[in-house]
Ligand binder design. Structure first.
Ligand SMILES: [Zn+2]
Length: 417
């Protein structure tokens, strides 16, 4: 009889993982079956309390850092080695789904539970982390907790960020720490051997191709701009065409031209104008001012820089007597993950005969900041019709468990190396 390696006895429990998702979705449950759980809100605190109780019950120790990032640690044999980290986030968009972020945390907890139930003691400590404020809608910027972890010098600036009620991140974190009975503090940026984040794909490709695991190779880059078009307010009934400087018509021409400028036959570039503000906003006044946003994403930094360097040049000839200015307000460079984690994910999928494919992440994730401090990777699982940031977001229990099994293998592999 062949003796199976020890870790073969650790087993992911599909039903337990599905119940975890039901449990967590109760905190901040929204009216159409989704979740509204702003970062550091009462619902987020209650969700973290639930996770702490689950983790404590399997012998994990709990720590928290100055940004409120929460760590649930299953101790390894050699405490002098840097731990292996997995996890994601518990905050959601205002009408978010049950799986975005939650899956990465709950898959991490499931893996710790499976390892503990199997009586395995890994060489390195394995920790499941909840990163604070990934979505970035209560406090800006998003991916705040992981950003502070990777760049501790940013700590004071990030703690001073405020929500719409003028509460700072620092105050919200202090409030959460009191509610969670003040877990021991951990510094930002402690050494980490590897970070692995499991996540729903938030796109349709795995479902369309019938693959069950996305081996994520990197995260595309993003540039954000604010474009301001200034015309002249005038009477809608009396001003002839030749006398108008209509900021809205100029802005509309610009949006169309920019979309055409970025257009690529391969459909890799992502161009979105998601905010469009018209002033003064009266039906009887020719618009005097328009401000619109551009969210522009692509995996190639050169493409992002070359295309966006000509935005103003594209807009100016279309201004029709108005003035136009283009301001860059954010840049997240593309990230290519180092080979170690993607290769471990691929090996684990192959060993279990699970159909997999390489994928690039279209969305931003906490993994993009961790990738700057340690070898990092992500495991994507299919989500129904690619729908995410939507209460209808859905994933099957079986696919979630498949991803958690791959995560288990990868973490054991690395934690025992
Ligand atoms: Zn997410």
């Amino acid at each position: 009889m062949t003796v199976l390696p020890n870790f073969m006895s650790a087993t992911v429990d599909e039903q337990r993982l599905a119940r975890s998702h039901d449990d967590l979705a109760a905190f901040g449950r929204a009216s159409r079956g989704g979740v509204n759980r702003p970062a550091l809100s009462d619902a987020d605190i209650a969700a973290r309390q639930y996770l702490i109780e689950r983790a404590t019950a399997i012998g994990c120790s709990i720590t928290i850092d100055p940004l409120g990032n929460l760590f649930m640690s299953l101790a390894g044999r050699d405490r002098s080695l840097a731990p292996v980290l997995t996890g994601s986030h518990t905050d959601t968009q205002p009408s978010g789904g049950r799986f975005d972020g939650a899956y990465g945390v709950l898959a991490g907890l499931e893996v710790l539970t499976a390892i503990q139930h199997a009586g395995i003691r890994t060489r390195r400590t394995i920790e499941t982390v909840v990163w604070t404020n990934e979505e970035g809608y209560r406090f800006a910027p998003g991916c705040m907790g992981s950003l502070a972890f990777a760049y501790p010098a940013e700590r004071e600036r990030l703690l001073a960020a405020t929500d719409s009620m003028d509460m700072t991140v620092g105050e919200a974190v202090a409030r959460m720490r009191r509610a969670l009975s003040d877990p021991p503090e951990r510094p930002l940026g402690f050494p980490v051997s590897v970070f692995v984040e499991a996540h729903i794909e938030q796109g349709p490709i795995l479902e369309q191709t019938g693959n069950k695991i996305g081996v994520v190779t990197g995260i595309q880059g993003k540039k954000r701009f604010e474009v301001t078009v200034i015309g002249e307010e005038a009477h809608a009934g009396t001003t002839p065409r030749a006398r108008r400087c209509d900021a809205l018509l100029a802005a509309a021409r610009m949006v169309t031209a920019l979309e055409r400028w970025i257009w690529d036959a391969e459909d890799v570039a992502r161009f979105t104008v998601g905010q469009f503000e018209v002033q003064p906003g009266s039906h009887a006044v020719v618009p005097g001012k328009v401000i619109f946003s551009i969210d522009f994403r692509h995996p190639d930094r050169i493409f992002l820089e070359e295309k966006s360097s000509r935005f103003l040049e594209i807009c100016e000839p279309l201004a029709g007597g108005c003035t136009v200015s283009v301001h860059e307000i954010g840049f997240t460079p593309p990230i290519a993950f180092a080979e170690q984690v993607p290769q471990a994910v691929q090996r684990a999928a192959e060993r279990r005969c699970i159909p997999w494919m390489p994928l690039l992440s279209g969305a931003g994730h906490d993994a993009q900041h961790l990738a700057t401090v340690c070898p990092t990777g992500m495991i994507f699982v299919p989500c129904e019709k690619g729908v995410s940031h939507n209460e209808a977001e859905n994933a099957t229990s079986s696919d979630l468990a498949t991803g958690a099994r791959v995560l288990l293998d990868v973490l054991l592999d690395i934690a025992n190396s």
